[in-house]
Design a protein around this ligand. Structure first.
Ligand SMILES: CC(=O)N[C@H]1[C@@H](OP(=O)(O)OP(=O)(O)OC[C@H]2O[C@@H](n3ccc(=O)[nH]c3=O)[C@H](O)[C@@H]2O)O[C@H](CO)[C@@H](O)[C@@H]1O
Ligand SMILES: C=C(OP(=O)(O)O)C(=O)O
Length: 429
């Protein structure tokens, strides 16, 4: 299994190109199931999760070609991919495929809306909490679906097409908002989703669906209105830059020190997190080509954060921010409100010399003046990258095991960081 070896202590100087967002690309790819025309997506990142979803969509009969050619091992930065679901050959998404990632469960919405049935295994994804699917079931039932749960599968049927309805999410859910919005585009009549997720990835999906002929208002606010149509067509649409990758590299610069241009990054996608970073003493300078991040000399000020749905501080940056706070000049409190088990990085950061105590859903971080490299291992994607960031600032060698987590969500991580002066390499074994 591959590992990442880092020798810490170098400042980061240069440019890092920001890739297309994993969490936007995945629902956009799934939207291709809603039409028999071709959906062309630009700026799709080359990631393990994208490759896995290509396999899942292929099982339903979706054909794809990369930049005009059909190939699965294209070694490039973010790509343009055509997806064509001319014939849906199978409405079952099996356990072997769906158990590997959360987003694959979302095929349930388009399959049910277009084919009137779907049998989808309960999903997998990062082990950061129980991650139930009750909101998907409630919401699809509100649109008239019959749903049974049997042997680990959700069996759903909509005999005479889904029917528009009002649905109030009891809790904000990104995935359930994606699914109900996609399903409602082909339902009969109007659907109103209240307390919907406002994340930029929801807006990116809505814009794509609108380009495909859907009638959607209000995406990006907590009330989304969808007027169902009889059919959707193909479209060409661009995946937004990855705000979590942007925030991660910004925190790496804040921690290691230096001056880096995050090329293609959009500050409006993560203003809450950038404001917090500025409070730590990091300079954040939006420029035409992206965001410049700089920290020279001055120490890191401690800042308390609480994770929240957008536009609050994202849970997907919590682990990285904790990494940064381990070297702050003083004490900070980091409270996780989205997932009940998203502190798996705490014990690994401790191996590098961090002082962190847990009190329920809050981590109290006592900053130390230096970290020391060590072998570490994480059990999820963002936790893994928090260890990479900490390793860049630590003295000596850090080896991060279980790199497959990083490959799910960070395109060419080692290349991007070594291009800015970091000593980082992949060890294949
Ligand atoms: C592929 C993708 O885009 N993943 C992101 C997505 O995950 P995902 O869409 O899975 O996260 P949700 O927004 O649905 O989860 C938010 C909270 O709602 C709960 N919940 C969700 C659905 C449900 O039916 N019942 C229920 O209780 C979850 O357990 C969690 O506590 O949004 C999360 C929150 O920003 C991010 O951390 C993930 O990176
Ligand atoms: C939690 C994440 O992914 P997933 O929802 O696919 O597990 C993530 O992207 O940080």
């Amino acid at each position: 299994m591959d590992r990442i070896r880092i020798v810490g202590g170098n400042h980061l100087e240069g440019r890092i190109p920001i890739s297309g967002a994993k969490n936007a690309a995945l629902p956009l790819m799934i939207a291709s199931l809603l039409t028999d025309d071709t959906l062309t997506l630009e700026n799709v990142p080359h990631l393990a999760d994208v490759e896995q979803l290509i396999r899942i969509l292929g099982n339903h009969g979706v054909d794809y070609s990369v930049n005009g050619r059909r190939e699965s091992q294209h070694e490039g930065y973010s790509r343009t991919i055509n997806f064509t679901a001319r014939n849906i050959v199978d409405t079952t998404a099996p356990y072997e495929l769906v158990s590997k990632m959360r987003a694959s469960f979302w095929v349930i919405g388009p399959l049910l809306a277009r084919m009137g049935e779907a049998k989808v295994s309960l999903p997998g994804g990062c082990a950061i909490g129980t991650r139930p699917v009750d909101l998907f079931i409630d919401g699809l039932q509100a649109l008239g679906a019959d749903i049974d749960v049997d042997s680990g599968y959700i069996l759903s049927k909509a005999k005479n097409r889904l029917r528009g309805n009002r649905y109030v999410f009891p809790k904000v859910s990104v995935g359930a908002t994606h699914v109900l919005m996609m399903a409602a585009t082909l339902a009969r009549g109007e659907t109103v989703l209240e307390n919907a997720a406002r994340e930029p990835e929801v807006v990116n999906l809505a814009e794509c669906l609108i380009a495909m002929g859907a009638k959607i208002d209000g995406a990006g606010t907590s009330t989304i209105t969808i007027e169902g149509v009889d059919a959707l067509s193909g479209a060409r649409h661009r995946v937004i830059p990855d705000r979590i990758e942007t925030g991660t590299y910004a925190m790496a610069v804040a921690m290691a020190g230096g001056d880096v241009l995050l090329e293609g990054a959009r500050a409006d996608l993560l203003q809450g997190a950038l404001d917090v970073l500025a409070q730590t003493g990091t300079e954040i300078i939006p420029v035409n080509s992206g965001i410049r991040v700089r920290r020279n000399g001055s120490g890191i000020s401690p800042v308390d954060v609480t994770t929240e749905p957008f536009p609050g501080f994202p849970t997907d940056l919590q682990a990285q921010f904790m990494g940064l706070m381990t070297m702050a000049k003083g004490k900070s409190r980091i409270t996780e409100t989205i997932f009940e088990n998203r502190f798996m990085h705490v014990q690994e950061l401790a191996r590098l010399g961090a002082h962190i105590t847990l009190a329920g859903q809050t981590a109290i971080v006592e900053g130390v003046s230096k970290l020391k490299g060590a072998p570490v291992m994480a059990t999820d994607l963002r936790a893994s990258v928090s260890l990479v960031i900490a390793g860049l600032a630590a003295e000596g060698e850090t080896v991060v095991n279980r790199v497959y987590h990083l490959d799910r969500g960070f395109e060419r991580l080692e290349e991007k960081l070594s291009g800015c002066g970091a000593t980082i390499e992949r060890l294949s074994s």
